[in-house]
Design a protein around this ligand. Structure first.
Ligand SMILES: Cc1cc2nc3c(=O)[nH]c(=O)nc-3n(C[C@H](O)[C@H](O)[C@H](O)COP(=O)(O)O)c2cc1C
Length: 319
C-alpha cells in the first residue's frame, strides 16, 4: 500500500518536497515535469528541476524522487531519459496527462492519449534507452476528449515495458472538475497486470478509503490534498497500521510554513512572498485559521511583514 506524492509544477518543487518528505507518510514522489522539445537538455536543467539528483535522487531524508519528462518525440525523450539516468535518476516517469494548451498543441501531454501507437513508441524507446534496473513509468489521464481509448492506452503503455501506470481519473477536457472517475481506474486495473496507482480528488482519509475500494488499487498518488493537509500521508499510514494519530494543529502548520520560508529565503523576496501566499491560500481549505491569516497577508508586499504574521499566528496558537 504505497503512497506517492504527485508531481505539481510550480507547487511541489524541491523545497516543498523536502518539507513534506521530512514530515513523512509518503514513500516516493515524482518531480515537476521537465519539458523536452527538440534537443538534449543540458544537465543544469535537470538539476534545476530536480536538485535531488545531486544527492542520489532522493530527498535529504531518503524519499526517492522520480524524474518526470514531458514531450512527444520518442527519440528526443529517450535521449533525455538516458541523460537523466546518467545524472542519477532513480526512475523515469512520462507525462501523458498535461492539459496545457501549448504543450497539447505540440502533441505532448494529454494530446498523446489520442494515439496509443505513439504512446507505445515513446514508452518503448525510453525503456530501451535507460539501464534495465531503472523503472520507466507513466502518468496518464483517462483520455483527451473522451474515455474511449483509456484501456487501449494503458495496455499500450504496459506492452511497451512500463513498470507501473498512475491514472489521474479524468480526461483532459474534464480538467480538474470533480468528480474523479475512480471506477474507470478499476476498469484499467482489470486489463493490465502492472501496478496501477490511483490519482485524483483524495482530500482526506475517507476519500482515500473510498478511492481504494472503487479503483481496486493498492497504491494511490496525492497532489493537492498533500498541500492542503500536509500530514495526510501520516494520517493514512497510521490508519493502515491501525494506530491512533493526532493530526497536526494550526501552530504545527505555521511552523512548517516558516520552515518552508527558511528554505526559499534566498529567492527574490517577491517570489518568496508569492509562494507563502500560495501555500497559505491552499491551506485555508483545510484549516479555518489559515483563511484569516490569508486575508491579512494577501495584499502585503513586504516579505518581512508576511513572515511576521505567520510568526504571530504561531505564537498565539501554540499551546
Ligand atoms: C498546479 C498543478 C501542477 C501540476 N503539475 C503536474 C506535473 O508537473 N506533472 C504531472 O504529471 N501532473 C501534474 N499535475 C497533476 C497532478 O499530479 C495530479 O494528477 C492532479 O492534481 C490530480 O490529483 P490530486 O487531486 O491529488 O491533486 C499538476 C496539477 C496541479 C494542480
Amino acid at each position: 500500500m504505497k503512497l506517492f506524492l504527485a508531481p505539481m509544477e510550480g507547487v511541489l518543487d524541491h523545497p516543498m518536497r523536502e518539507i513534506l518528505s521530512d514530515l513523512g507518510g509518503f514513500d516516493s514522489c515524482v518531480s515537476e515535469f521537465i519539458r523536452v522539445t527538440d534537443q538534449l537538455l543540458p544537465p543544469k536543467v535537470f538539476y534545476r528541476l530536480c536538485p535531488e539528483l545531486k544527492q542520489g535522487g532522493k530527498t535529504q531524508n531518503g524519499m526517492p524522487v522520480i524524474v518526470q519528462l514531458l514531450g512527444s518525440d520518442p527519440n528526443i525523450l529517450a535521449a533525455n531519459a538516458a541523460r537523466a539516468c546518467d545524472l542519477g535518476a532513480l526512475g523515469i516517469d512520462l507525462n501523458f496527462g498535461c492539459p496545457a494548451k501549448t504543450v497539447n498543441r505540440h502533441g505532448g501531454g494529454a494530446a498523446l492519449l489520442t494515439n496509443p501507437e505513439v504512446l507505445h513508441t515513446i514508452v518503448a524507446n525510453v525503456r530501451a534507452a535507460v539501464p534495465t534496473n531503472i523503472p520507466v513509468t507513466a502518468k496518464m489521464r483517462l483520455g483527451f476528449e473522451d474515455k474511449s481509448l483509456a484501456i487501449e492506452n494503458a495496455c499500450a503503455i504496459e506492452a511497451a515495458g512500463a513498470a507501473n501506470i498512475t491514472v489521474h481519473a479524468r480526461t483532459k477536457v474534464e480538467g480538474y472538475a470533480p468528480p474523479a472517475h475512480w471506477h474507470w481506474i478499476a476498469k484499467i486495473n482489470q486489463q493490465v497486470s502492472i501496478p496501477v496507482i490511483a490519482n485524483g480528488e483524495i482530500w482526506n482519509l475517507s476519500d482515500y478509503h473510498r478511492c481504494r475500494e472503487i479503483s481496486q488499487c493498492q497504491d494511490v498518488m496525492i497532489g493537492r490534498g498533500a498541500i492542503r493537509t500536509p500530514d495526510i500521508g501520516l494520517q493514512i499510514k497510521a490508519a493502515n497500521q491501525g494506530l491512533t494519530y493526532n493530526s497536526l494543529q494550526w501552530a504545527d502548520i505555521c511552523q512548517l510554513v516558516l520552515d518552508f520560508y527558511r528554505s526559499i529565503a534566498h529567492i527574490p523576496p517577491a517570489f518568496a512572498g508569492s509562494r507563502l501566499k500560495q501555500w497559505i491560500g491552499l491551506l485555508s481549505h483545510g484549516y479555518p485559521e489559515a483563511r484569516s491569516l490569508f486575508d491579512r497577508i494577501k495584499r502585503l508586499r513586504d516579505i518581512e511583514q508576511i513572515v511576521n504574521e505567520v510568526n504571530y499566528n504561531l505564537a498565539i496558537f501554540k499551546k
